[in-house]
Write a protein that binds this ligand. Sequence first.
Ligand code: SAH
Ligand code: SF4
Ligand code: F3S
Length: 472
Amino acid sequence: MHVPDLKEARKRTKEKVVEKKVDYTFSKNFVGKKYFLRTYGCQMNMHDSEEIRKYLEMLGFTETMVLEESDLVVLNTCAIRENAHDKVFGYLGRCKHLKREKSDLLIAIGGCMAQEESVVSEIKSKHPYVDIVFGTHNINELPKLILESKKKQEIEVYSIEGDVYEGIKYSRDSNITAWVNIMYGCDKFCTYCIVPYTRGKQRSRKLEAIVAEVEELKNAGYKEVTLLGQNVNAYGKDLEYGYDFKDLLEKVAETGIERVRFVTSHPWDFTDEMINTIAKYENIMPYVHLPLQSGSDKILKQMGRRYTKEEYLTLFQKIKESIPNVSITTDIIVGFPNESESDFLETLDVVNACKFDSAFTFIYSPREGTPASLIKDTISMEEKEERLQRLNQLVNQYSLENNKKLEGKVVPVLVLGENEKDKNKIYGYTDTMKLININGSKDLIGKIVNVEIHEAKSFSLDGVVAKESVEN
Ligand code: SAH
Ligand code: SF4
Ligand code: F3S
C-alpha cells in the first residue's frame, strides 16, 4: 500500500525522467463483465480515461452507460475546486447503495482526488466499501490492482511522479479528433492551484515520440489533434534537447494532419516565435486559450502568475495582430483571498479591453496544501458570488458580440457528429473553436466543410452547409 504524501508531492527533484513501456501482458479474466467509467475534470483526465478504458477492454470488460448494470465502477476524479470533490463523494453514495445489493461490485477511484492525502484518509476511514484507489502516476497499474483485488481495500498512490510511458494504448472517444499528451505535470505552482501536487513535476515527452503519435493518428484517418499540457508553452524546458514548443508545433504541423490545436497556454512562456509559428501554418488553428486569472497586479502577484496586467494585454494584442482571425478565450478566478472591489474592477477592465470570445469563470476555492489556502480571507461568499455574476454578464455579452460578427460569414467546420437533440442536424467546431449546429447530412461527419452562419448565440452558432464546400 502506498498513500499520497503532500510533502513528497511538493518536492521537485533534478533526477532525469526515465522512459518506459507499459506492460500489456495481463489476462482477459473479465469477459462478460461490465464496467461503468465516469470522468470529472479537464481534458487531461478525459484522455487518461481513454487509457483506462483500453485497460478495461483488454481485461475483457465491456462498457455500460448504466451504473446499476456494472460489475466495476471507475471514477476518474478532479480536485481543482471543492465542488468537484462534493460531486464525487455524492456519486460514491450511489455506488455504496448499489454495492449493498450487489456485493461483488468493484469500486475504483483514480485521478487527481486520489492524489490527495486528506481524500485518501477519508476514503480509508469513511468509505471502506471502495476497493481500489489508484493515482495519476500509476494508471497503468490498474489492471494489476483489479486482477489482484481481494476483499480488502487496495490503495496504491505514488506522490512522486513516475516515469514517462511511451507506447500507451488508448480506446479513444472519437475517431475524428484525438488528444495527444505532450507533457505531464506542472512546475508553475500558482499559489491557489492543486495541479502541481496531483500531477507532479513537469515531464515533457520527446518530440519524435509525439510526432510519431500524430503521424499514426493521421494515417488512421484522424483529422485533428489537440496537444495537451498544463502549460504547453513550457514544453521542452525540462529536457536537454534544445527544442521548445515552437519546434514541436512546426514538426506536428508538418505531418500534414488537417487540424492542430493545443491547450493550455500560459502567458509566462509564450514567445513571439510561437505566435509566428501559429500564424504561419494553415493547419494550426487560430485559437488560443490564454488564462488571465485576474486583472489586478496585486492579486496576480499573490497568485504567483508572474505577469502583470500590462504584460498580459501586450501579449494578447500581439496574438490578435499576428494571427489572422484568431479567437482567444480565458479562465478567470474571482474572490481570491482579500480581492478588493477595485482589484475586481481591474479584472473587468481587462475583460473590456480583450473582449474574449469566451471565458471560464470560477469562484476561488481554497485547496488544502496550497499557499493561498493559508491566507486569511475577509471577503464574504455573497460578495464573491455577486462578483461572479457581474463578471459572467460581461463575459457573455462579449461572447455574443463576437459571435454576432460571424453572422452571414462562411467558416470551415470539422463535423463531429449528429446533434443529440435534433437528429436532422449535425454539429462541429469552427477553426476558431466555436460550437456550431448545422443543417446538413450525416455523411459529412468526419469532414471539414464550409458553413454559412445564420444565427449566433452566446454559446453556439447555427448554420447551413455552403454550396460546393466539401473539401475532402
Ligand atoms: N494549467 C492551466 C489551468 C488548469 S486548471 C493554466 O495554468 O491556465 C483550470 C482553471 O481552473 C485555471 O485556469 C483556474 O482558472 C481554475 N482554478 C485552478 N485552481 C483553482 C482554485 N483553487 N479555485 C478556483 N479556480 C481554480
Ligand atoms: Fe495550476 Fe498554475 Fe500549473 Fe495551471 S500553471 S496547472 S493554474 S499551477
Ligand atoms: Fe485536471 Fe482536475 Fe486534475 S482540472 S489536472 S483533473 S485537478
